[in-house]
Each structure stands twice: as C-alpha cells, then as structure tokens.
Ligand binder design. Structure first.
Ligand code: ARG
Ligand code: ASP
Length: 724
C-alpha cells in the first residue's frame, strides 16, 4: 500500500507535468463557479462566475455567438453589432466583391443601416443555457453487461428522446453533446439568427496584414476584424432576411475598455473552440505527429509551391487562388508547428512515461481491468494507421486535384439519371444546381495550375501508397498504357475531360438528357473520382467506423480511469464546439535560447515590416499618414504607441477565432485570432512556457474604424469604458 501511495504521488507529479498549468484548460461555463472561480479571482478577476454565465440574469454569455459554422463573434452594441475576425468574414466579404467593388482589397464600410449587406446562409447562434443530462442519457446503460453496439443504440435513443422532450415545449433548439469521451453529456440550448449583415471590413492590407507569411506567428500585426449586425423580425425573433427586419436587441452586449492591458494582466477568452485531443494515448499522438502530419505537409507543400509559382507571375491568378492558398496553407503550417512542438516538448516520451505509471496503478489498485487499456489502444491504432494514411492520400492527393473533386460533384446526376423512378423535373433541378456550382468553380479556376498539381500529386501518391487495396486502378493505366509517364497521363486526362472546359460543360448541361449520363461516367476525371470513391466506400469507410467505435469506447473507459487515478486533479473536457472559457495572463515568452518575445506589437512594427514589393507587407498610404502624424487619439497606449496585437496564455484552438478577450472586469480588450508558432501543438499538449493566443488589441480596431475608415459613427452605439 505504501508503494501505491508513493506511486500515486509520483504519478501526480508526472501527470501535472503533462496536464495542467495556469493557462491550460477550456472550461465549461456552467461549472466555472465550482471549478474555476476561486483560481480566476486569485489570478486577478474582479467579476464573478455568475457574471459570465447565468441562467437567472443577463450575463456575458448572452453576448457570445457562434459565427457561421466555424468561428466565434461577440455583440458589442445594443443594436446587434457583431464583431469577429476578418478571416471569419472573409468568404462573405469576397461574395460581395467584384472588380468594381473590391471590398477585399479596399475594405467596406456601410455608412448607414441601408448600406449593410445581407448574407444569405450566414447564421449567428447564441447559447441560451446548458444542462447536465448525463443521468438521462445513460439511463439503463449497464457497462458491465452491455455490448458496445447495444450501449450505443441505447444512448442514441435516450438522446433523441431528451431532445424531442425539450423541443416540444420550447421555442429553442437543443442538442446533446458528449463531454469527457462520453462520461458526461450536456444539453446545449440555442437560438439561431439568420439575417446577418455585413457592416464593415478593413482592406486586406490591414485585415490580412502579414498574410500567410506571418500566419501562426508572433510578432504579429494583423487587424484581423470585421463587423456584422444581427437582424430579427419585428417581434425580436430570428427570421430570414427581410427589409422589414430590425436590429437585434441583445440581452447583454460587451463594454469595450480603452485602457489596454499590461504584462501580467488577467484575461479570459469566451468562445467556441472546435476540437482538441489532450487525452490521446502516445500511439495516437505518434501517428498524428510522425506519420499523418508529415505526409499531409508534403502533399500540401507540393500544391502550394505550384499555386505560388503562378500567383507570383500573374496578378489575376493571385486573386483566383487567394482563398484556396489561405485554406491549404493554414493547416499546412499548423501541422508543421504541431509536430515540431510535440517533439520539442518530448511529448510522446512524456505520454509514455505517464502510461507506464497508469499501468502500474491499474495493476496495483483494485482496478486490474484498466491494465489492458493501453495494449488495446495499441492494437487499434496499429489497425487504424494504414486506413488513415490511405484516407489522407485520398483527400490530400486524389481529391486535391481540382478537376477530380469537381467532376465528383456530378455523381448525383449520374445516379439519378440511371434511376428510372426519378422524374425529369428532379433531374432539371439538379442541373440548375450544377450550373450554379460551375460558375463558382470556374470563377476561381486556373487550369495550368491544376494540371501541374495533378502530375505532381500522382507521383507522390504512387510512391507512398503501397500496391494493394488502397491504390486506385488508374495507376495501372499510368504504368501500362502511359509507361509510367505521369505527365502524359495527366495531359490525356485534361485533353479528354470536359470538366476543365467551361463552355463545353455548359453546353452539355443545356442539352442534357438522362441517357447521356454515360458521357460523364466515361470522362477520365470522373473516372478517377469514381475509383477514389469506391476505394473509400469498399475498403475504408466501414472499417474506420468500426475501429473508431472501439477507440471511442476505450477512450471513455481510459478517461474515467484517469479521473479515478487522480481524484484531486482538475480535468477539463476536450473542445467539442461548445461554449468554453479559457483564462490566463498577458505574457511574453522565450521562443528559443536567449530570445524573448514581448507581449505587445505596435504600429511601429507595421512600418518595420512594410515592403511595397511584397504583397503581404503593403501598407496603405492612409495608414502611413496616420503613423507619420501620430494621430492615434485616445487609442494610444500610456506608452504613446498604438498597440496592434497582444499575446496571453489563454488556451485556445480553431473556432476560437473571433472570440472576445476580456479583462478582469469582463470588458472587451481584444479579439482572438491565432496562436504563436512554438505553441501550435496545444491541441494535443499544452506547454505553458510557449503556448500563447494572439489577439488584436481592441484599440487598434477602434482606431481603424474611427481614424482610418472614418466610420466613427459606429462607435456611438458601442459602450467605451476606461480612464484614458
Ligand atoms: N491561423 C489562423 C486560424 O487558424 C488564421 C487563419 C487565417 N489566415 C491565413 N493567413 N490563412 O484560423
Ligand atoms: N485561427 C484559428 C481560428 O480561426 C484560431 C486558432 O487556431 O488558434 O479559429
């Protein structure tokens, strides 16, 4: 027993080294009082947990929205004014842009309500409340006797009943989400707004300053914000766009502090982190950081090099590929940082050390049934590896060829054309959809890039995917008929296919008859897509699902076991796209030996980076004027400088973009938009020494709206507080 005690103390030390530090954690709003309030106050917070999340009175949570499907936003006026990142509004700003009104390049400012631009399809969702429904969801579950399949279907049934039970009596929507790998369940009750209009966006020279070059890095100088407004019907309810709609009056909106933050200040981030995986076994971390990331990095790099080659040469290609480049590059860079970060912190060794101790604990305590968990994990991940690698190549090589992915969108047309029971009308509807989609595709398509990408990716695909059931048939054609000449095969595909020829394809659709589906089927680009599809459907999908089901089950048990092993340890659930609070302090860090990064960047740094020759570092005339005249008004810091961005030890991830960064009083001091390079592994393992979130200083936002854009009238509806 004494041994066990010593051992438990020891494993706690090791565990705390892996798991929890100031700054680490994405906490559940309704549990803040119980789990975090004390610590938050010790760190400097002056408000209460109840001020952040309450179901009895208005609270900060009423001002936080899930913006679109992947970002966070916050309400900053009594008239539904919504602040988020420029990169979150990017797609919508782009949709409103044309050569004549290029809002991406020039920025956009509605000078009155009538000029605000609607965005069909864009939504903003507010969480009304959350409830612990673990008991209801696990009703009837007997872990000792039930098979995984029966357990899963019972849980599913309970969830369905709980949701319909709630929704029958409510105007709100509900969903139920597992936490701690299915050891707990919460019901999330939400209201979704559907008339969200664009109010303002800075030019890309500001909103995307530094571009992909500075992405995931500090020091940073990006004015990454855009403004929207939520509209509702006359009764204050969510409604689709209508001229008669009125600005939404929120239950609460965030006051904005113009006092700035100092090093050491307490801050917290309130938003929608999407996915983290902090409790993975070492095998899984190894698979991600040493196999899957490197594969995908190579494939993406190949693509990006080709994009850049043409974009640097032709300005119109740069515009076409701006969004694609940003998308591919974002996670390409993130994966590099993540793998390097885990290696730097010897993450896999640390996990293994912990696992050894876990096994010892399981052996020595009364829970020998836990002892085999890690062996089981190892077996499952070994089985999963080739399937995941095959999927990665399918997506990042096969489907990354634009013409192939595009041809694949014709699958449905082929399916319904073959089906005698489908009416002509339905086929017509599908054709109209495809025509729409064609427009989007060709607007941003540059064939020479795609052709070069195709042969480059095919080579990597062929070299790295062993022959066998995961390898598409067309490689046989390449090695047979085309004698291993990838370029020749690619040329053949492009010359024969209609999917890179806008007019031909348009013509084909205009005269389409159901019996012509064979022409699609025989198209070589479509054929490639079909082969990829069959490999996925026949050899991957079900197999992965089965393994993942077992992994999920095992993860639930592993999570529970870890919680039993360390009853005094404060665990936080992995991010799952539900509203969370992270907190930390404004602080710089040492990225490497003898180098210290200060926690603030200023306009001075923008001028240092300025380079009219480099797209990412162009500074507009107007900003330079304001800099030269030092016309910062009340937005200057005490130090006389205009602060642009700051970093803090808040634990954030994708989805947190656009999240409010709040000070000890719960006032808005920043908008989160990224993380620092050395800490990009925080989705797998958090290192308090280097994990920092990056936020735009709210005063830079105000400065740009007011001084730069001359849209200062927007400030009238905001509530600015502070003593400056
Ligand atoms: N890295 C940030 C996030 O993951 C910003 C991405 C947008 N910016 C870009 N240059 N691609 O979303
Ligand atoms: N840039 C990310 C986002 O868009 C945030 C992050 O990953 O830190 O959500």
């Amino acid at each position: 027993m004494r041994n066990l005690n010593i051992f438990l103390t020891l494993s706690f030390v090791i565990l705390s080294r892996i798991y929890l530090f100031a700054g680490e954690g994405m906490w559940i709003p309704m549990l803040l009082q119980q789990m975090n309030e004390k610590e938050m106050k010790e760190m400097g917070m002056k408000i209460t947990a109840e001020d952040i999340y309450s179901i009895n009175k208005s609270s900060l949570k009423d001002a936080i929205v899930l913006f679109g499907r992947g970002c966070t936003g916050e309400i900053i006026s009594n008239e539904g004014l919504l602040l988020t990142n420029h990169h979150c509004g990017y797609g919508n700003i782009q949709k409103h842009s044309s050569i004549d009104n290029d809002y991406l390049t020039d920025g956009f400012w509605a000078m009155n309500r009538d000029e605000e631009l609607p965005n069909p399809g864009l939504t903003a969702t507010i969480m009304i409340e959350m409830r612990d429904v673990t008991k209801e969801v696990l009703e009837g579950v007997d872990d000792d006797s039930m098979s995984m399949i029966i357990r899963n279907s019972l849980v599913k049934e309970n969830i369905k009943n709980a949701i319909s039970g709630f929704e029958e009596n409510s105007k709100y929507k509900a969903k139920i989400v597992p936490f701690f790998k299915g050891n707990q369940y919460y019901m999330i009750v939400t209201e979704t707004f559907k008339d969200i209009r664009l109010v303002g966006a800075p030019p890309s020279n500001i909103g995307k300053f530094g571009g992909d070059t500075d992405n995931w890095m500090w020091p940073r100088h990006t004015g990454d914000f855009s403004l929207f407004r939520i509209y509702v019907d006359k009764d204050g309810n969510p409604a689709e766009y209508s001229e008669d709609n009125v600005p939404y009056q929120p239950k609460y909106f965030l006051p904005i502090s113009i006092d700035g933050v100092d090093e050491g200040d307490f801050t917290f981030v309130f938003g929608y982190p999407a996915r983290t995986n902090e409790y993975l076994p070492s095998y899984a971390v190894e698979l991600i950081t040493e196999k899957r990331n490197p594969d995908k990095i190579d494939l993406r790099e190949t693509r990006l090099d080709i994009f850049s080659k043409y974009s640097n040469k032709y300005p119109e290609v740069r515009i076409k590929y701006a969004s694609k480049h940003a998308r591919v590059s974002n996670y390409w860079k993130k994966m590099i940082g993540e793998s390097a970060g885990v290696e730097r912190m010897k993450g896999i060794d640390k996990k293994m050390e912990f696992e050894d101790n876990f096994v010892k604990w399981a052996d020595e305590s009364e829970t020998p049934q836990y002892a085999s968990i890690l062996i089981e994990f190892k077996k499952l991940y070994t089985k999963l590896e080739p399937l995941q690698v095959a999927t990665d190549y399918l997506n990042e090589a096969g489907m990354a060829i634009e013409i192939v992915k595009f041809a694949n969108t014709y699958k449905k047309l082929v399916g319904i054309s073959k089906d005698a029971s489908v009416s002509e009308k339905d086929i017509k509807t599908e054709i109209e959809k495809l025509k729409q989609n064609n427009q989007y595709f060709f607007k941003d398509y540059y064939q020479p890039i795609d052709e070069e990408v195709m042969s480059a990716l095919l080579i990597l695909y062929d070299e790295n995917m062993p022959d066998g059931k995961y390898k598409p048939e067309f490689f046989k054609t390449i090695h047979g008929k085309f004698k291993g000449n990838y370029q020749a095969y690619t040329k053949y595909v492009f010359s024969k296919s209609m999917f890179d020829k806008e007019n031909k394809l348009g013509e084909f659709l205009n005269t389409y008859k159901a019996n012509r589906y064979k022409k699609i089927q025989k198209d070589p680009a479509f054929e490639i897509a079909s082969q990829l599809g069959s490999i996925y459907n026949n050899n991957i999908r079900k197999q992965v699902l089965a393994i993942n089901n077992s992994i999920d089950s095992l993860s639930r048990i592993y999570m529970k076991a870890q919680m039993e092993m360390l009853p005094n340890h404060r665990f936080y659930p992995d991010a799952n796209f539900t509203l969370r609070v992270s907190y930390g302090n404004v602080s710089g860090y040492y990225p490497k030996d003898a180098v210290y990064y200060a926690p603030f960047s200023t306009l001075e740094g923008i001028m240092e980076k300025e380079n009219p020759e480099i797209y990412d570092y162009v500074v507009t005339e107007r900003l330079r004027e304001l800099y030269t005249s030092k016309d910062y008004g009340e937005y200057a810091d005490e130090d006389g400088e205009l602060h642009v961005a700051f970093i803090a030890s808040n634990h954030t991830t994708g989805g947190n973009s656009g999240s409010p960064v709040l000070n000890a009083n719960g006032e808005l001091v920043g908008v989160n938009f990224d993380r620092c390079w050395e800490g990009t592994m925080s989705d797998l393992m958090y290192d308090p020494n280097v994990c920092r979130n990056i936020s735009i200083d709210i005063r830079y936002f105000l400065f740009i709206v007011d001084k730069y854009a001359g849209a200062g009238y927007l400030l009238n509806e905001m509530s600015l507080v502070g003593s400056n």
